[in-house]
Every structure is written in structure tokens, then in C-alpha cells.
Design a protein around this ligand. Sequence first.
Ligand SMILES: Cc1cc2nc3c(=O)[nH]c(=O)nc-3n(C[C@H](O)[C@H](O)[C@H](O)COP(=O)(O)OP(=O)(O)OC[C@H]3O[C@@H](n4cnc5c(N)ncnc54)[C@H](O)[C@@H]3O)c2cc1C
Length: 531
Amino acid sequence: MSVQEFDTIVVGGGVAGLTATVYLARAGKKVLLLEKNGECGGLVNTFNRDGFYFDAGVRALLDAGIIHTMLKDLKIKLDVVKSPVSVGIESEILNIRDIESLAEYSDLLKKFYPGSKSEIDEVVRIIRKIMKHMDVLYGIENPIFKDLKRDPGFVLMKILPWFPRFLLTVRKISRMIVPVEEYLKSVVSDASLRDIISQHFFKNTPSFFALSYFSLYLDYFYPVGGVGSLAEALRHKILDFGGEIRNEKTIIGLFPADNLVVDDQNTSYKYNKLIWAADLKRLYTMTKTDNLPSAVRIEIEETKAKILSNRGGDSVFSLFLEVNEPPASFGKIAHGHFFYTPSRQGMGETHRQELDELLARFSEAGKEEILSWLDRFTRLNTYEISIPALKDPEMAPPGKTGVIISLLAEYDLFKKVEETGWLDEFTRELEDRMLKVISGSVYPILKDKIIARFSFTPLSIARRVDSSEGGLTGWAFREQMPVINKIQKANRAVLTPIPSVYQAGQWTYSPGGVPMSILTGKLAADRIVKK
Ligand SMILES: Cc1cc2nc3c(=O)[nH]c(=O)nc-3n(C[C@H](O)[C@H](O)[C@H](O)COP(=O)(O)OP(=O)(O)OC[C@H]3O[C@@H](n4cnc5c(N)ncnc54)[C@H](O)[C@@H]3O)c2cc1C
């Protein structure tokens, strides 16, 4: 068995691992990034099928004061365009332009729920308040990505006046961590209206995070060539700085007493420091604690128990369509990033209690019952629709359009369907229903124009990036999170009890997502560079 030696090894080439690696390489460390797939990027990925480019994971990026600041710091020039958002209910569609669109959103809701006018005003008032908090949180270039010693002007003019406001804001938002479903009950009495405002968020999303989304809609941008261009740009920069990347290497064992990791081809890599930028359940199940001091072993076992008893958050089902219709036809209807709800009724308990009950007696429930649940699930849900060619015209062959239609989806449902042997049929049934709903409502132009279609289930996501329960942004929201979930403590999120091992990415801070994955990647690299 061969052993190769590095200052630092980074496991996992998603945005978190790429960020950590690029900063270590820039600092002159001998760094190796090991990635299980043939390409880097993880859930920030764009692929080509039949000349159509699709984003497999995240559909557009939120800057959050982080991404552009990092790109500037690394001197990466990434061509980007704005990624404007539309929201729609039944036949009413609102193209969001700026902060003033919030008033139009309010009118839209009032049209559907005329009996709830004053409650809608209250929701909008809360959203406006949160938007102000977001301005504080994301309103400056994130100092973690700035060379503060060389930029005293930034410290004096920006950070010093900002910091007290930041602390105050953090205090205010920490009072809004109750799940959005619960929080809205105290403001809105109409259950359908509550659903329409919140049903496209993950289960139990903290209310601050969910209600901040209106301001986040204004922050989305799209790299030319797809979101995967960001991962590609980071990959190139790593190589420019002399870092090394090896793809198709899956790490299957970690031996901290010997500072060794082993991959699926039986190659061992020795490290001084290691950054784990992938799923934490996997990290703890493959870590061998033999020969470590007993106090360390106990701490690792305790953390492992906490990690393994938690679940990944909601996953997603995505339907990809190659359509024989030019992008302009879709552009007349809505922007290229669109949250659409075909029915004002709202999902009620369809995706929560009803599904839980169905899963609990899955073996007795017949296909018919499951498909009838699927009917309601697809009719009452909120869809995220992304049309890459409306953001960058080169993303589809001339005169044609690629469309991605997705829904939040429960991993366990797909797992049980697979175990009972009808995953392909179930997937087809789900695709058919999604198409029927969307072509029967907002995009009649889809009828008879689809050249090809395919889909990714939560199981596909779990297998491709090895994420627990197909989670997209790390952990499910529970009362006790297994990782840090307070922004003022983010710096500690990268620490693990495993000697010389740091963690980064969506599993290390909650709520996760692209900006926090990047931030924790940088924080982990900083810890090592400073040492
Ligand atoms: C449909 C969709 C929509 C989304 N929308 C948003 C959004 O609007 N806003 C937002 O902020 N986020 C969004 N996200 C989430 C966001 O994309 C992810 O949270 C983020 O990209 C995670 O980055 P990461 O590097 O932490 O993890 P990942 O991207 O999961 O990267 C982990 C990497 O590690 C590799 N790996 C795993 N195990 C091993 C191993 N044993 N050995 C070697 N390599 C390994 C994987 O192959 C992968 O490349 C969305 C995701 C999806 C799928």
C-alpha cells in the first residue's frame, strides 16, 4: 500500500472544499483535494445534455456579502448576470424588480385572501423589518475575506461603524428562530395563506431565515455558463496556486492516530492537517479511534452519537426538460427563476403529517393510495422553476429551452418506494403529474413541445454527493442542532474533537447553503494557515 504525504488534505470538492483548498494553496501549503466524483463542485454543478446546460444543484447564487468579496480577494474574474426572481399564484405572476415589489407582493396576496388584508400588512411589515436586518448582516463585504492589515480604511470606515449594528441585529434575529410554520400562526389565521407564504421552505426553517427570503430574491446572481462556472473558476485557481486535485477518489477510512486517510483504491495519504468538507455522518462512521487517548476517544464517541442521531434536511425532486420552444416564449410569462404555486389552497398537512402517516404504514398502503397522495402533493405544492437560457442565452441550442422544475421532497418516501421495487414507475408518475400541473396552468407552451425529459430524485442526490437523506443544506431543523447555529460562533463551527481534523461545508453550520459552505471553508483554511 503506497503512502503519500501532504501538509493538508481536503476531502470533498464541493464549494466548501474548493474554497478551503484555494486559500491553503495561496498560502503556499502543499495541499491535496480529494473528490469522489469525476468533477468538482458537488451541489454547485452545471452539466450538458444534448446541447442543453442544466444546473444539477443550486439554481442561482446568493452573494450574501461573501461570494463577490471572495472572488475579488482571489482575483478571480467571473462573468455574472442578475438572476431576477418571479413569484406566482395560479394565473397571477409578479416579476420582482426591487424592494418596492414587496408592495405588489402584498397586493397579490390580498387578491387571493381578501379576508386577511390586515394580517398580510403585518406580514409585510415583519418582512420589511427583516430586510433591514439583512442589510446589516450582508451589507458589507465579509471581513473574513479581506486582508484587514492591508486595508485599514476598510476597518475604520466600514467595520467599526458596522460591528455594533451587527451585534444588535444578531440579538434581534436570535429571537426569531422559532419554525416559520409556528411563527406565522401567531400572525396569520388563514391556514392556506400561511402555506402560500411558507410552504416552499424546508420543514421547521427558522422564521428569520424564511421571512428574509424576499430580500434574498434581490441578491441572486447567475454565473455565465451556469452555477458550475464558480466551481470551475475555483478549481483553476487552485491549480494556478500549485494545489493538487484528484478526482474519483472516495475516502473510506480515517486513522487520526496515524494522521492517515485511505481511499477506495487502497491508497493512503498522510496529512499534518485534514479538512473534512463532506457529510459528517460519513466522517464519524469511518473514523477509527484506536490508539487515541481515552479522553479524546470519549469526546469523539459523544459527538458521533449526536451526529448520527440527527437527519439531513428536506431533499428535492427535479424534473429536467429539453423543450422545442425558444426562451423568449417562457420569458413572456416569468423570469428565469420562478417560485410558482398553482393553487391558492395550500398544502395543509399533505407534505407533513399526512406523509408521515403514509410512511408509517407504507407496506399496507397500496399504490393507489400513494398515487392519490401524489396527486394532491403536485397540485397544491409550490414549484421552483429555473430556465438557464433566460439568464444566459448560450445555455440551450438556438430556438430551444431547457427547463428545470423542482419540488421539495422527502428522502424516506423515495427510499421506501425503491425498496418495494417501483421507483422507476413512481418517478414517471411524479414527472407526469408535475407536467400536467405546470402545462395545465402557467406554461401551456410545454404541451407537445418536450423533446426529452429526465429527473433526479433525493436518492440520486444522496448517491452523487453522499449526503445524508439527500439533504441539500445540511441538517434538518430540530431543537437541538448537532452543529453550531449562531452566526457569532461561526468561527468555532469548523472545529472537531478529532485531532488535526477540521470540518467545513453545509454539515458544519446550520442553516447551510452556498455562502455558509464557502465561509466555513475559508475559516477552516485560516485556522490551518495561522497555525
Ligand atoms: C436544487 C438545489 C437548490 C439549492 N438552492 C440553494 C439556494 O437557493 N441557496 C443556497 O445557499 N443553497 C442552495 N442549495 C444548497 C447548496 O447547493 C449546498 O448547500 C452547497 O453547495 C453545499 O456545498 P458543500 O461543499 O458544503 O457540499 P457538497 O456540494 O455536498 O460537496 C461535498 C463534496 O464532497 C464529495 N464527497 C462526499 N463524500 C466524499 C468522500 N468520502 N470522499 C471524497 N469526496 C467526497 C462529494 O462528491 C461532493 O463533491 C441548493 C441545492 C440544491 C440541490
